[in-house]
Design a protein around this ligand. Structure first.
Ligand SMILES: *Cc1c(COP(=O)(O)O)cnc(C)c1O
Length: 369
């Protein structure tokens, strides 16, 4: 059994993906070819935002977003401590200071109460300039953008949505990727929408940010590639990856339905015995991960492993505990719920093509525990 089964998906899409890749090999426009433009149009339509700008990966997407918002040294950027490293890394990479915020034990996302508390602390200390919030749609569930936006407006902060895991999710009829001033995603193969290598994208309704992002991803280009008006990066999505993504995006809505059906089945079978994930009313998760929160996590993992069932721990180490962040000058405190999550979470196999026999095996194995 695979934790994420990409081979099953390829088997279904093989002809169409091979055809698309072959077309790229024929026209030979490997950098910024017509598939990149086509994908950006499809992505902006899917998310329902004015601009979708592709780039090389989800980490670059975060860095580009922060650069477009002019985040720099001396700025404080608030982000959850319970997340993938790239969220906080991007903040430090542009020279700003990540201020770590605790997470809600049920949604796994940044806790608005602790966020407000930490923003107030930074605002009154005067050492750092409170500049932005990077919220993360952890495990596929969009963060609480209503509460986050309220805090951002009150304290004059920009909001970045890290939808690397949440792409495909929704709040009401608003899609993940449409929240905040700029949203980012990743097309790393294991993400809900993945390509066959690295890839990423940014989303915004602002013409100004979109222009800046299109310049920043190609060495800060001006009117053309050899007219450079700012310091940027080299961060483009390969045309071949865009070709793959066009075919995967076409079946993505059905895959989100499949993932939600599987999550529902998991919840029905497991919620009596385990702490199963809950989706707030009006929210739709893309189920990047299906995650239990259990004190006996290590026993569960060992038992699954003994029965050849893969499971994963995302994430064992909070950002404030990472040695890369040991020198951060502002104090990082009150992160207990995140620390507890990092000790208790375990994720089960989750992908759109998990078959019934595997599902039954997982349930039977967990019930025998
Ligand atoms: C995967 C991920 C990223 C980084 O994406 P890459 O494409 O691997 O660079 C950023 N943030 C979160 C929350 C992620 O899960």
């Amino acid at each position: 059994m695979q934790y994420i089964d990409l081979a099953s998906q390829y088997k279904i899409l093989r002809e169409r993906i091979d055809q698309r890749i072959s077309e790229v090999l024929t026209h030979g426009q490997y950098i910024m070819g017509p598939e990149v433009t086509e994908l950006e149009q499809q992505l902006s339509k899917f998310v329902n935002v004015k601009h979708a700008i592709t780039c090389a990966n989800g980490t670059d997407a975060l860095v580009l977003a922060l650069m477009a918002l002019n985040v720099k040294q001396g700025d404080a950027v608030f982000c959850p401590t319970f997340t993938f490293f790239a969220t906080a890394e991007a903040i430090a990479f542009v020279g700003a200071t990540p201020v770590f915020v605790d997470s809600d034990s049920h949604s796994f996302s940044i806790c608005p109460v602790d966020l407000e508390e930490k923003v107030k602390t930074i605002k009154t200390s005067e050492k750092l300039n409170a500049k932005a919030i990077v919220a993360v749609d952890l495990f596929g569930l969009p963060a609480d953008y209503e509460a986050i936006t309220k805090i951002a407006n009150e304290f004059d902060l920009k909001v970045v949505e890290d939808a690397a895991q949440g792409f495909g999710g929704q709040i009401g009829d608003k899609k993940a990727g449409s929240f905040g001033d700029i949203a980012t995603t990743s097309f790393f193969p294991a993400k809900p929408l993945g390509c066959y290598g690295d890839g990423g994208a940014l989303f915004t309704n602002s013409d100004e940010y979109a222009d800046k992002l299109r310049s920043l991803r190609v060495h800060g280009k001006g009117a053309d590639k050899y007219d450079n008006i700012r310091i940027g990066m080299n961060s483009r999505l390969d045309t071949i990856q865009a070709a793959v993504l066009l075919e995967k995006l076409a079946v993505f809505p059905q895959e989100i339905i499949n993932r939600n059906n599987l999550a529902k089945k998991y919840n029905q079978a497991l919620s009596k015995k385990f702490n199963t994930p809950q989706v707030p009313e009006n929210y739709l998760s893309s189920w990047a991960q299906y995650t239990l929160v259990e004190q006996s996590r290590d026993t569960i993992i060992a038992h699954l492993k003994a029965n050849n069932i893969p499971s994963m721990v995302y994430y064992r180490t909070c950002m404030h505990q990472q040695s890369a962040f040991r020198d951060i000058k502002v104090s990082q405190y009150n992160l207990y719920r995140s620390e507890q999550l990092s000790q208790r979470v375990v994720s089960l196999p989750m992908h759109p093509y998990l078959d019934e026999s595997d599902f039954i095996k997982i349930i039977d194995t967990l019930e025998a525990l």
